[in-house]
Design a protein around this ligand. Structure first.
Ligand code: GCW
Length: 654
């Protein structure tokens, strides 16, 4: 197999460290990882790993370091903090192996700046203790979904032919990439747990042990998605009722067996009563009963259950205007606040619908003050161009994490950030080489949501691309690519309009008369979903002040969310001064023009980026342009035909 692309850890990125004298002090699994990194860097760049004598960089595990491989309180790899300073020598001090690893990569990112002027000690600690990537990987290839559900980068890096791969070199490279950006948890299999994958919990457990062994030296704990009906499907019990003592015993036993094999196992991820997955509702129980059942099996070992709040009726009738999918998570979970055990983390998608390019922040995040929460993002670009389009999502995640709710930000309110991974066997990991920036940026924002998205992008570009002349154009191309994507797809927050099933490319009415609850309600007079308390579904009432009122009125609702909250006439004038229909036309023409510009910027980079990368991105930009043009023409034509309003600028609408 050809070696995978080095992503943001190419050999030249280690030159500032690797060309110097470096000392590593301490012992433990993660300290060994750091020492190996330093050894490779100095071997490549002519520096030295020294035991004594003067050093330019010291990496020091302080005290006994809590350097044990993990402790049951969840301090895997010991403490994650580190302090960095420079007084003649640059030094990183950490109380745990994980902190030392993160401190090392911090210095790598600083590059030469880490060795320039002296600076006082700066303490770095993650804002979120939980920084997790979920893989929607199956052990087998699914006839419709491929091997990785919503995967756009080839087959799974973990599994082949129903088992964990023999050769885990690539997984080791991946674990290294994750450790370098501070990701500390990974979910190994699809939340839609099919029959074959259910066995990861039982007879395939020795395979999971091998994956855990590969992730451990990089400070990453592994988790399994489990099916709620496992006691029936795997255990042969007549029920999976969470209050049944035999069910409880089954989970206790299965979980104890996992910990006997993997003492630092992270826990379970559960999608229950969602899109056809089994759950506690079948037994007349609620989701606290369900989550606590697993939490109690995990608690003696320090494990966590990640219980997804993505619960809604996917068999609704489009004729029924009272049912609003956006309301579902809050309706189900807000009443359960206080009922969850302390080792339950409720995993909430960032918006009330489903990973759209634009949604309001989920009101669930403000509604459960006594429950641990994690916000869920989608690094895999299901609804944002499927890694065929450049769509740099870090600005979206930053906006969400900084969003104020009840006087705090989303980043303050949650205990963790989780995202669906975007990697596969593709030689660039992510299909689109520039989609690596989303994986990198996810880790960086999960570590510190106060980082500026453009600074994170610059970090990624600086590490990944050697030629300084490539950096400005790359930034120009990628920086605004999320708003660009938004411009040529579904307008003003209304969402979807994608081709049903695979979700790529436009189909304005594709989901309009379907059971999935994803409607736009366009007619000859107007478009949008009335989610107000006054005349609509009442969804606005799920928000605390001021948002419940800001969103309630079209006068105060931000333009970009207008059609999410309101059904308005085509002639409704936005805050921008444009009518809704003219906004639709303008943004769709502009969006395509921006893609043309992106392709032009990329063409100018020939010879400045590696050939393989150049060719792949050039091809994909051509596809992005084709697809954006299709979006533009279908959306514009659709609204022209519905409204009969011509474009004020007389451009071609078919
Ligand atoms: O966005 C939807 C996807 C499903 C996915 C589901 C979920 C894993 O279309 O493929 O299932 O979300 O988040 O559970």
């Amino acid at each position: 197999m050809t070696p995978p692309h080095p992503a943001w850890l190419p050999v030249p990125a280690f030159r500032p460290v690797g060309s110097r004298r470096v000392r590593v002090t301490g012992t433990g699994l993660l300290v060994t990882t750091v020492r190996d990194e330093v050894a490779a860097a100095v071997a490549a760049h002519g520096g030295a790993l020294v035991d004594d004598g003067p050093a330019d960089l010291e990496l020091v595990l302080v005290g006994d370091g809590g350097s044990g491989e993990f402790d049951a309180s969840g301090g895997f790899g010991g403490s994650e903090e580190f302090t960095v300073a420079r007084a003649g020598t640059t030094s990183v001090r950490a109380g745990g192996g994980a902190g030392l690893l993160y401190g090392f990569h911090h210095v790598v990112r600083l590059g030469e700046a880490a060795f320039a002027a002296d600076f006082a000690p700066r303490r770095h600690a993650p804002r979120q203790p939980i920084r997790m990537l979920d893989h929607w990987d199956n052990t087998e290839v699914h006839p419709f979904m491929g091997q990785v559900e919503r995967g756009y980068a080839g087959n799974s890096i973990f599994y082949a032919d129903g088992r964990v791969r023999e050769d885990l070199d690539r997984v080791a490279e991946y674990a290294r990439l994750l450790g370098s950006i501070g990701v500390n948890r990974v979910g190994l299999n699809n939340v839609n747990v099919h029959r074959a994958e259910a066995r990861l919990l039982t007879d395939l457990l020795p395979d999971v042990v091998r994956l855990a062994d590969v992730f451990r030296p990089h400070g990453v704990r592994v988790h399994l998605s489990v099916g709620f009906s496992s006691p029936v499907t795997l255990g042969g019990l007549p029920t999976a009722d969470p209050l049944d003592p035999a069910v409880r015993e089954w989970w206790d036993r299965a979980t104890a067996a996992v910990y006997a094999a993997i003492p630092d196992f992270g826990g379970y991820v559960v999608k229950a009563d969602s899109e056809g997955r089994p759950g506690p509702f079948a037994y007349g129980r609620d989701h606290a009963d369900g989550a606590n059942l697993l939490a109690r099996a995990l608690a003696p070992f320090g494990g966590t259950v990640f219980w997804r709040a993505f619960v809604y009726d996917h068999r609704q009738d489009w004729r029924d205007r009272a049912t609003d999918r956006a309301r579902a998570a809050h309706d189900h979970f807000a009443p359960l606040d206080g009922a969850f055990d302390p080792n339950v983390v409720l995993q909430v998608k960032y918006g009330p619908m489903d990973f759209q390019a634009r949604e309001p922040v989920s009101p669930v995040i403000a509604a459960l003050p006594r429950t641990r929460l994690a916000v869920e993002f989608q690094v895999t670009q299901e609804y944002t161009g499927q890694q065929k389009h450049v769509c740099h999502l870090v600005p979206q995640w930053s906006e969400i994490l900084r969003f104020p709710l009840d006087g705090r930000t989303v980043g303050d309110l949650v205990d963790g950030v989780v995202a669906v991974s975007n990697v596969g066997l593709d030689r660039f990991w992510t299909g689109h080489p520039l989609a690596q920036a989303n994986l990198f940026g996810f880790g960086r924002l999960a570590w510190d949501d106060r980082l500026a998205p453009d600074a994170v992008l610059d970090e990624w570009i600086g590490l990944t691309f050697e030629d300084p002349a490539a950096r400005g154009p790359l930034r120009e191309l990628m920086d605004d690519s999320w708003p660009t994507y938004e411009r040529y797809t579904a307008p003003l927050g209304v969402g979807f309009m994608v081709t049903p099933g695979h979700h790529y490319g436009p189909s304005v009415d594709g989901y309009e008369y379907s059971p999935w609850g994803t409607y736009h309600f366009a007619d000859r007079d107007g478009v949008g979903v009335d989610r107000t308390r006054a005349t609509g579904t009442g969804f606005t009432g799920q928000y605390p002040a001021p948002w419940r009122d800001v969103y309630e009125s079209p006068e105060t609702c931000p333009d970009e969310l207008l059609l999410f909250f309101h059904h308005v006439p085509y002639g409704h004038v936005l805050h921008s001064g444009k009518t809704v229909v003219q906004h639709v036309y303008d943004t769709h023409f502009e969006g395509v023009e921006e893609v043309v510009r992106m392709a032009r910027v990329w063409a100018g980079l020939e010879g400045r980026v590696p050939d393989g990368v150049f060719g792949r991105v050039a091809e994909l930009l051509a596809e992005q342009l084709r697809c954006a043009t299709e979006w533009r023409d279908q959306v514009n034509t659709y609204f022209f035909r519905k409204s009969g309003v011509p474009d004020a600028h007389g451009r071609t609408i078919h």
